[in-house]
Ligand binder design. Structure first.
Ligand code: XIL
Length: 387
């Protein structure tokens, strides 16, 4: 223990003497909020989170904003109609308030983590448009009112837009993702959701959150959707770009396009779920059967026994390049939130393929600050030297 205190002290001395800030939130305080998630106790699956206290301690030091990883999703908050359960999310809120963290609610309307009962009547048949609109509004009103005045931002609608490749035209096309929400209500479910959230708490800032915005067709569609909603008086505040990245994809210029187009459109941007996987991209195998996944595991899980230093160096370079961009666009970037506190508790280990060992965050599996952590702090130090 003594040695650990000595070691931590030594590291922070070294950082100070290198002109670096001591924590992520301090380093970027002039630019944007820095955040992480509340992992909490798992709401799906049975494994207990044995590291919650450690995660809370790191969060309090490094970050000034927190997002609910799972505990504010519809499946967690209203598993059965009318049976709201706020235990885990209230625990998160109590912690966040004690630590003075800006809270981001995630998420009110999604295709995933939403129980089937929303869409079905008691005989198992699909409900009418009217019934679903009522259920949507009731869910949003109850949840947003419960946290009225205590949540700063809500991810209202999550992942409502998809793309397909048009081989003849050789381009992507974006469209509203087919979900029960879209099929039963039509695209108006989006507007209805934002209006209901605003009514329930007029002071909360409402975001639209999605992944894959480096795809230009998706980005343009999303920005046009937000502009259209705004022009019709819907209170939608900003755009959340999830930022589940890999070391080599998407290209930096594609990420920059998201930042610059959001800025041009004067739509505040939040990086909402940042992580940089060091593993091969396995998303196209997400529907693979369990046996297939085992067969794929060797190819898709190369660092089960430890990650080589050169890979961590590449990841540090990637994070550094990314944060340089974020600082460049910081007039329009309000927040950067990591989708996890440390590598030992990351969704990348179980999605899209269960049982892999990834290292996507700034803090490692032994709670050590990784090369990427130092590289990110270094971005601000270099910036200050230039000014
Ligand atoms: C993920 C969580 O991290 C996992 O624990 C859970 O099993 C599935 O959902 N996009 C989102 C997040 O908006 O809510 C997802 O979170 C990751 C992808």
């Amino acid at each position: 223990m003594k040695y650990r205190i000595f070691f931590v002290g030594l590291i922070s001395l070294l950082l100070q003497s290198a002109g670096l800030a001591n924590t992520l939130q301090e380093a970027f305080s002039e630019h944007f909020l820095m955040g992480t998630v509340w992992h909490g106790q798992p709401v799906e699956g049975h494994k207990k989170n044995h590291f919650l206290e450690k995660e809370k301690a790191i969060t309090a030091i490094e970050f000034n904003t927190i997002t609910a990883e799972n505990c504010m999703k519809p499946a967690a908050l209203q598993p059965e109609e009318g049976a709201f359960s706020f235990a885990e999310s209230d625990a998160m809120m109590a912690y966040a308030q004690a630590q003075d963290l800006v809270v981001v609610g995630h998420t009110l309307v999604w295709k995933n983590a939403t129980p089937d009962w929303f869409f079905l009547d008691k005989h198992g048949a699909q409900v009418s448009r009217e019934v679903l609109i009522t259920r949507l509004k009731t869910h949003i009103r109850t949840v947003v009112e419960h946290y009225r005045g205590r949540i700063e931002y809500w991810d209202v609608v999550n992942e409502a837009i998809d793309t397909r490749w048009l081989p003849k035209q050789k381009r992507f096309e974006a469209f509203y993702k087919p979900t029960p929400w879209l099929e039963i209500i039509g695209p108006e479910y989006i507007e209805i959701a934002y209006r209901a959230a605003h009514e329930a708490d007029p002071s909360v800032k409402l975001l639209y959150n999605d992944y894959g915005l480096h795809n230009e067709a998706k980005l343009d569609f999303t920005l046009a959707m937000i502009a259209d909603l705004k022009s019709r008086g819907v209170q939608i505040y900003g755009l959340g770009y999830q930022g589940h990245l890999f070391i080599d994809q998407p290209a930096l210029v594609e990420i920059e396009r998201v930042l610059s187009k959001a800025q041009q459109a004067q739509i505040p941007l939040h990086i909402t779920e940042l992580d940089v996987s060091v593993l091969p991209n396995a998303w196209k195998h997400r529907a693979a059967s369990v046996e297939d996944r085992f067969a794929l595991a060797a190819e898709f899980n190369p660092y089960a026994d430890g990650v080589p230093e050169e890979i961590l160096a590449l990841q540090a370079k990637r994070y550094s390049e990314l944060f340089k961009l974020l600082v460049k666009y910081s007039d329009n970037v309000e927040r950067v939130t990591f989708w996890g506190v440390w590598d030992g508790n990351s969704w990348r280990d179980y999605r899209p393929m269960l049982g892999r060992t990834d290292y996507p965050l700034l803090i490692g599996r032994n709670f050590e600050r990784k090369p990427a952590y130092a590289a990110v702090l270094q971005v601000v130090a270099q910036q200050e030297k230039k000014d």
